[in-house]
Design a binder for this molecule. Structure first.
Ligand SMILES: Nc1ncnc2c1ncn2[C@@H]1O[C@H](COP(=O)(O)OP(=O)(O)O)[C@@H](O)[C@H]1O
Ligand SMILES: [Mg+2]
Length: 279
């Protein structure tokens, strides 16, 4: 409708929604993501033994089973053995046709917000998110699982440490990976990129991107002096910039495709030429 809008475009929003596709794009950009196996629920129903064998060949228990395109931890569970894997897959199948099984270690969860577009990006301070169970649950996120939580506030009220207690090198590595993730996926506006640090090896992995982060992640920008008003102002400026850039692109070409046909049968552009429009 030619209206400027804040945030990701259709492509980056869609890629960010699908954890399977998102990880494929990130792997291709050499951004570290956890090993996984994915499959369609119908394929599982046809051949649960075959897929179980594949999971067991590739990953070690415990694993985390997720619907590919949900959020808020819905349908996600941890499986410690074959029976639990079956139950976890059946649970995830209630929510999505594509299922992702991720490797899991003793993970520290770190989040970083990014503001920008394909040209310029900034990374925020980092937060460490504290969870009350193995999996940061719906309860933790929205129902004030942790102390002092306020159910109405989503991720804003989850127990967290800002800035995350990491050394400078790890902090910078994560900020760089957050910017790379944002740009590889073609994002714009503000996103939050969630990381896992394997506590045993120190390895950093991108877990997922949230292209419309809860509370626009303003609490990660505020400490560095960008308040909510400045953040939203910047987002609107970027939306207008994208609109100006799109206006410069050519979306239609004059084509002489039909000019060899008799003019009588054609209506449209000058001299019998047809115009291919953006639709
Ligand atoms: N591979 C993993 N290893 C350990 N914990 C995980 C893993 N994947 C997910 N989790 C836990 O499950 C939570 C939700 O998973 P996530 O992939 O972030 O999905 P959602 O889109 O629902 O937020 C995470 O915040 C984390 O606590
Ligand atoms: Mg998450």
């Amino acid at each position: 409708m030619d209206i400027p809008y804040v945030g990701c475009d259709v492509m980056s929003s869609a890629v960010g929604m699908d954890k399977v596709i998102m990880k494929q794009v990130l792997r291709d950009a050499q951004i570290p993501v956890l090993d996984d196996i994915w499959f369609y629920g119908t394929h599982w129903s046809d051949n649960p033994e075959g897929i179980t064998a594949l999971v067991e060949e590739t990953l070690e228990y415990p694993v985390i089973v997720k619907p590919a395109n949900l959020g808020s931890s819905v349908g996600i569970s941890k499986a410690g053995d074959r029976d639990e894997l079956r139950m976890a897959v059946e649970e995830a199948m209630e929510f999505a046709s594509k299922i992702l099984v991720d490797m899991v270690e003793n993970m520290k969860e770190i989040n970083c917000s990014v503001v920008g577009d394909y040209e310029e990006v900034e990374a925020s301070v980092l937060e460490e998110v504290l969870k009350t169970e193995d999996i940061l649950s719906y309860q933790d996120k929205y129902q004030g699982g942790g102390k002092g939580g306020d159910g109405a506030k989503g991720m804003e009220s989850t127990d967290r440490v800002i800035p995350a207690p990491l050394d400078e090198e790890q902090t910078e590595d994560i900020q760089q990976l957050a910017k790379d993730t944002f740009q590889s996926l073609g994002c714009s506006g503000v996103s939050r990129i969630d990381f896992m640090i394997d506590q045993a090896s120190g390895m950093i992995y991108v877990n997922e991107i949230n292209t419309i982060p809860g509370s626009l992640s303003f609490y990660l920008w505020d400490p560095a002096g960008k308040d909510y008003t400045q953040l939203t102002h910047q987002l609107i400026q970027m939306a207008l910039k994208r609109r100006r850039e799109r206006e410069k692109l050519t979306f239609s070409i004059d084509s002489n495709l039909f000019s060899t046909q008799s003019a009588g049968g054609l209506k449209g552009g000058k001299n019998g030429a047809k115009t291919a429009s953006r639709s």
